[in-house]
Structures are given as C-alpha cells and as structure tokens.
Write a protein that binds this ligand. Structure first.
Ligand SMILES: Cc1cc2nc3c(=O)[nH]c(=O)nc-3n(C[C@H](O)[C@H](O)[C@H](O)COP(=O)(O)OP(=O)(O)OC[C@H]3O[C@@H](n4cnc5c(N)ncnc54)[C@H](O)[C@@H]3O)c2cc1C
Length: 273
C-alpha cells in the first residue's frame, strides 16, 4: 500500500482517523515524519494532516498559556511574552527546522531530541489528548512521557503551561558538541521559585539522560527549602545523576553524559552562561 495523506478539518476528525488505523501517524511539522519517508523507513500507511487553525494557535491568559500542538518553534520565538521559553525553542535545530518543528511533535521526538519538552516538563505542562471522538483529556506531561510508545497515543491537540511569575526563576541549558545547532549531549531545565530567599517547589528536568525527558527528583529534594548557595549547589551536584539512564549514541557515551551532567547542572544553578 502506498502512502496515503488525508487532511482533517477538525481535531475530532483527525483523532477518529488515527483511532481507526493503528499504523496511522499524524503529520505535524513533518521534520521527523518526512525524514523517515525520504530515508525509506516509512514506505506505506496513512498520514493525517490537521487543518484546524486552532491547532497552530497560542492562547495566552495571564500567566497561563495554551499552545496548539501545531505551534512551531519559530512562532514561539516571535512572541515576547514567551521570552522565558525562547532558549528552549532556539535550541531546536537551525532556522529551517524551527520553521516546521512543532510543540506536539517534540513530545514524540526520540532521545536525544525533545529539548523543548524538557522545558515543558520543568514547567509541569499538561498535555491535551484526544482519543477517537469526545473531548480532549488533560494528562500531566510526566505521565504522558512515561506511557509514550506503549499504546496508541491519540491526537495531542494542545499543551498547557503556567509561565513563572519571575522569568529569572526559569533556566534552560542545552549542551552540544556543535554550536549553535548540534544535537544534545544533554539538556537541563529548572524552575526555581523562591520564597523568603529559599527555593520552594523546585522542578528540574533532563533531556537525553533517559529514554524520555525525566525529572531529577533527587536534585529537587536537595534544593527545596534551601537558599540557592554554594552548599545547596554542591548537594544538588552530588545527586545529579540519580535516576538517570542515558544512552550511548553518536553524540556521546553513557559514561560521558553522566560525567558532565553535574558540571552543567552546577553551572545552570549558579547562573553561569
Ligand atoms: C536536521 C534536524 C535537526 C533537529 N534538531 C533537533 C533539536 O536540536 N532538538 C530537538 O528536540 N529536536 C530536533 N529535531 C527533531 C524535530 O525537528 C523536533 O523534535 C520537532 O519538534 C518535531 O516536531 P514535528 O512537528 O516536525 O514532528 P513530526 O515529524 O510531524 O512528527 C513526529 C512524530 O510525532 C507524532 N506527532 C506529531 N504531532 C503529534 C500530535 N499533535 N499528536 C499525535 N502525534 C503527533 C507524529 O505522528 C510522528 O510520529 C531535529 C530534526 C531534524 C530533521
């Protein structure tokens, strides 16, 4: 069977098409799907496009943001209100990739890709998932990532986050061997809200340190309730690699990723460029 492309005008129609065929895939920005097609890994089956304008829109209400899953990195980079996410959006490939690469597609990108998702995980994003017909269901991104690939994922219609009250509370760092657009050795995002000079409710996420982006819960525990000083950073550094399962690939070995992670975590926490 050749490749068939169907265009749905509503999210329900697209979700129905995906639900009706286990092999069907959504064609979002297509940076990964089209590469699979061009390189012969995808030779037949159904590709579904979604033409609903809401799929590509950003809705802002105070500090709450809803990204249609088809919003591209380039679109995010044009919005000044989203400045705290610009570092993560700019970390995705070069300009041509960022013009196509979507927020929704990034949730599915296999490690060491998924840099934007790392930032969303630190911000405790909710993923809106539509399985077949009905209304989308909100799933915590951490849960979504834990289940990724185990069952048909349905259609992701949108991703919701709350932006930090203070932009300086959010930090993102991507480590790559080739700049500016190399693939990640690793990436780190940190939400570090403070109250009375102490960190309260830290959320730290890593990319390329496990099969999907993960939270660094030992680091979060080491920081919570502490002033972000040298002692706290030393404590965080000591547990930086806890719970990680990095891969060895063409970019870096598992050993190298574990070795450099504490160094880059300490730099991020101490505010170094
Ligand atoms: C040269 C190059 C450089 C790259 N550099 C980076 C990088 O530095 N960092 C990085 O993170 N990524 C990188 N990528 C990977 C990719 O471009 C991004 O991860 C991008 O965000 C994927 O989004 P997309 O819309 O292009 O996905 P697509 O190719 O459209 O889809 C990818 C997968 O996700 C599924 N999918 C997409 N959207 C949905 C949805 N809404 N609901 C259900 N399923 C969906 C598709 O069916 C498919 O299986 C790079 C890719 C290339 C080709």
């Amino acid at each position: 069977m050749p490749i068939e492309i169907r265009t749905a005008s509503t999210a329900s129609e697209a979700a129905g098409l995906l639900a009706g065929d286990r092999q069907a895939r959504l064609l979002s920005g297509g940076t990964l799907v089209m590469r699979d097609l061009n390189e012969g890994r995808l030779t037949d089956g159904l590709l579904v496009r979604l033409a609903d304008p809401a799929y590509r829109q950003i809705a802002l209400s105070g500090s709450r943001v809803e990204f249609g899953a088809g919003v591209t990195m380039a679109t995010i980079l044009k919005r000044r209100e989203l400045a705290c996410l610009h570092g993560a959006a700019r970390a995705i490939g070069g300009p041509a990739v960022r013009n196509m690469a979507t927020v929704g597609g990034n949730l599915f990108a296999e490690t060491p890709y998924g840099d934007f998702t790392v930032a969303l995980l630190a911000l405790d994003a909710q993923v809106m998932v539509l399985q077949g017909f009905g209304a989308p269901r909100a799933v915590a991104l951490e849960e979504f990532l834990a289940g990724r690939g185990r069952a048909p994922s349905g259609l992701v219609t949108a991703v919701q986050v709350t932006l930090p009250q203070n932009a300086a509370d959010f930090r993102f760092r991507k480590v790559s061997r080739v700049r500016p657009k190399g693939i990640a050795v690793l990436s780190i995002a940190a939400l570090l809200p403070t109250s009375g000079g102490r960190v309260t409710g830290a959320r730290i996420a890593y990319g390329a340190m496990a099969p999907t982006p993960i939270r660094a819960k030992a680091v979060e525990r080491a920081l919570d309730g502490k002033a972000l000083d040298a002692a706290a950073i030393t404590a965080a550094r000591a547990v930086a690699a806890e719970g990680t399962r990095p891969a060895t690939d063409a970019v870096a070995s598992e050993w190298y990723r574990r070795e450099v992670l504490p160094v880059h975590l300490a730099r991020l926490l101490s505010g170094q460029e």
